[in-house]
Design a protein around this ligand. Structure first.
Ligand SMILES: [Zn+2]
Length: 85
């Protein structure tokens, strides 16, 4: 809901315009930090990413840098979303 159907990576180079069979956006909700290490199941720690950004975060050489960006972005978006509700 918070993402408004768009990838939450502020540096996203382009989310697929296609949607899923049910009309939902093609987004993957992921933990900003590796849950096994220190992530927790809370919206402040979660981010909706398009498949491209998800792959960069998981496999890319710039994944660690992106993680830092997303960590900050998730906090900003979470507080903004809470103050709207
Ligand atoms: Zn993206």
């Amino acid at each position: 809901m918070r993402s408004g159907g768009r990838c939450e990576n502020p540096l996203c180079a382009g989310q697929p315009e296609d949607v899923k069979e049910n009309g939902d956006p093609i987004l993957e909700v992921d933990h900003v930090l590796d849950r096994a290490r220190w992530g927790r199941d809370h919206p402040i720690q979660m981010i909706a990413l398009c498949p491209n950004c998800h792959a960069i975060k998981t496999w890319g050489r710039t994944g660690e840098r992106l993680r830092e960006v997303l960590f900050f972005e998730a906090r900003v978006r979470h507080s903004a979303w809470c103050s709207e509700a």
